[in-house]
Design a protein around this ligand. Structure first.
Ligand SMILES: [Mg+2]
Length: 248
């Protein structure tokens, strides 16, 4: 069903399940991070930002290990053992779809290596490039809001099979502005971009995120691309791809 939304100046996009197949994030990217985290940590162990991440992970580990019996062990008896423990713990976190900032930052660095070596390439649904171009050409500003780090968002859109799509995108937000199902995150994004909430359209495959954006006075459209996506009970504005969106 076509969805017409008036007075839109900014379009805010979720990535997973909205611009990009779930499988790309959950299989391709997550597997790449799991396969490479061990040697990445060893190779860059002396880098200040990596030291900080390992330190953050070791603190997070203590609280996870105290409540989760399946949490892998941690051996801090030598630098090598500590890095191996951090890598094991990261794999455990990835398997739980953790959104922890230290993990997301580390994943961003690992993926950057993969994208620049050509092992990884960003993936978007085929209707996405045309829609973004059309919206940008008509003066709309396009933003991304995803739980992946800003770095990994830029890498994804910079390396798609349709070329470098970052030229369509005005700005990027990750969970440093807040959770995706929290109304305040959308208020922060509206303030940061200078576009009033009522002139923003948010597109996502997650009803809880749409509801949060709508309660911040954004317009919201649910993107239901894949069968079995979690939109049960959501009957308001729903589309199956971006060509159904009309922004006069
Ligand atoms: Mg999503």
């Amino acid at each position: 069903m076509p969805a017409v939304v008036n007075d839109v100046r900014g379009v805010l996009l979720d990535i997973e399940g909205t611009t990009t197949p779930m499988d790309f994030v959950h299989t391709t990217l997550f597997n790449y991070a799991k396969e490479n985290v061990g040697h990445f940590l060893k190779e860059y162990a002396l880098r200040k930002d990596i030291l900080k991440i390992v330190d953050d992970l070791s603190k997070m580990y203590l609280s996870d290990a105290s409540v989760s019996s399946d949490c892998p062990g941690w051996d801090g008896s030598s630098t090598d053992k500590k890095l191996e423990s951090a890598a094991r713990y990261c794999i455990w976190l990835i398997d739980r779809d953790s959104k922890a900032s230290a993990l997301k930052e580390l994943e961003g660095y690992i993926w950057r290596e993969g994208y620049s070596s050509g092992d990884l390439r960003g993936s978007v649904y085929e209707d996405v490039p045309g829609a973004l171009k059309k919206w940008k050409d008509s003066g709309k500003k396009i933003y991304i809001f995803s739980s992946g780090s800003v770095l990994s968002q830029k890498l994804l859109f910079g390396t798609t099979e349709y070329g470098d799509m970052t030229r369509y995108i005005e700005g990027y937000f990750d969970t440093s502005v807040g959770k995706k199902a929290d109304r305040r995150s959308y208020e922060t994004i509206s303030d940061a971009s200078g576009i009033p909430a009522h002139n923003f359209l948010f597109l996502s495959d997650a009803p809880a995120e749409i509801n949060a954006a709508v309660s911040a006075r954004f317009s919201g459209i649910l993107v239901s691309r894949e069968t079995g996506s979690s939109n049960a009970g959501y009957s308001k504005n729903t589309i199956s791809n971006f060509t159904e969106i009309i922004l006069p």
